[in-house]
Ligand binder design. Structure first.
Ligand SMILES: [Zn+2]
Length: 355
């Protein structure tokens, strides 16, 4: 599924300056028809568009720090990826009703992870809602240094897959429970100890599955020398399936969670973003599946490419100096202002050294 096809739900809202002038200006009348993919985002919905421009501003400012880090480390591949993210949704197209554009689909991009989040919620929430007594499980190991991180990410993935495979075989012999659930791989950075803590978050259908996973995780990881302590593992009954699912699918983007409009910004914005550590985490996750289901299949709708032809449209362009998309006449389209605490964080509180 393309990121585009996962547009935000319809909601009432603004009549945009662009909506009023969009299809009648000089640009749209002189352009050749174009094909766009996906359903696009609801351009008339103020909430949707402002949420998207906010993610664009935050991501673009942060990505410049990551580019600096990657250049310093001579990591050309990451530099290229980060530039792609810099230009994500840079020149969107609108027919005054919906907004279409090219998405980078990188893990660090909050614009794209917002789309992915919506996609995963639509897929998995109806399934989790049918589970008897969903439990939230955290499986972790002793934190490691940056040098050990890439190997440890792979090691713990292998470990969890082995536990799942072993129980599957056991259940096929009629001797145990087949495990199922969804899991995401995450990693935190501890700036005081300069260590990284790779861990899993899982949602499973019942307490028995949660108990088996924690018990077997402790045995496996200690046998392998990963030193998982019992008190660092967690299992608890879920009372709000959707909230928990959102938590689980944040994965790679957790470090720069963009708060929702109606929530306290102060509570959710980290005090400092450690760009160097973030880069190390992203590199260690390259090629790994961060989110996966196990033990069950679901009849998801096949991916379809939704193409439409636009005849009357306008090409917008992102202007980093104002943090907005501008039309051909340099009119800004969203009139969104990033809250001061976000500006302060992105301006002064990105640490490029610590790792
Ligand atoms: Zn993107």
């Amino acid at each position: 599924m393309s990121a585009e096809s996962n547009s935000f739900p319809l909601c009432g809202g603004i009549v945009h300056t662009l909506v009023q002038s969009g299809t009648t200006n000089s640009q749209s009348s002189s352009l050749a028809p174009i094909i766009v993919n996906g359903k696009g985002a609801d351009f008339k919905c103020e909430k949707t568009i402002k949420a998207r421009i906010k993610k664009k501003i935050v991501t673009q400012k942060l990505i410049l720090s990551l580019i600096d880090v990657a250049i310093k480390k001579k990591d050309k591949e990451s530099v290229k990826k980060y530039w792609n993210t810099y230009y994500c949704l840079d020149k969107p197209v609108t027919d005054a009703k919906r907004l279409y554009g090219k998405y980078c689909k990188n893990r660090i991009c909050t614009v794209c992870s917002g789309n992915r989040k919506a996609e995963l919620i639509n897929k998995y929430l109806p399934i989790i809602n049918q589970w008897e007594e969903p439990h939230f499980v955290t499986l972790t190991i002793k934190s490691v240094s940056k040098n050990k991180l890439p190997l440890m990410m792979r090691n713990i993935l292998v470990g969890l897959n082995r536990i799942i495979a072993k129980n599957k075989k056991r259940s096929q012999r009629g001797k145990g429970k087949k495990l199922m659930g969804i899991r995401s791989l995450e990693c935190n950075f501890n700036p005081i100890n300069k260590t990284y803590n790779p861990h899993f978050h899982l949602i499973v259908p019942d307490k028995e599955t949660a108990d088996i996973l924690v018990d077997e995780w402790l045995v496996y990881s200690n046998k392998k020398g990963f030193w998982a302590s019992k008190k660092a593992q967690d299992k608890q009954k879920i009372y709000d399936n959707e909230k928990c699912l959102v938590e689980v699918i944040k994965y790679g983007s957790k470090i720069i969670t963009v708060p929702k409009e109606n929530e306290s910004h102060l509570e959710q914005i980290p005090a400092v973003i450690y760009a160097n550590a973030l880069h190390n985490i992203l590199v260690s996750m390259n090629g790994l599946r961060l989110f996966e289901r196990f033990g069950f299949n679901a009849n998801f709708k096949p991916k379809t490419t939704h193409e439409i032809v636009l005849r009357n449209y306008e090409i917008l362009k992102y202007n980093p100096s104002i943090g907005d998309w501008e039309d051909d006449n340099n009119n800004s389209t969203c009139n969104f202002k990033l809250p001061d605490n976000w500006n302060h964080l992105l301006e002064f509180n990105i640490d490029l050294e610590l790792e």
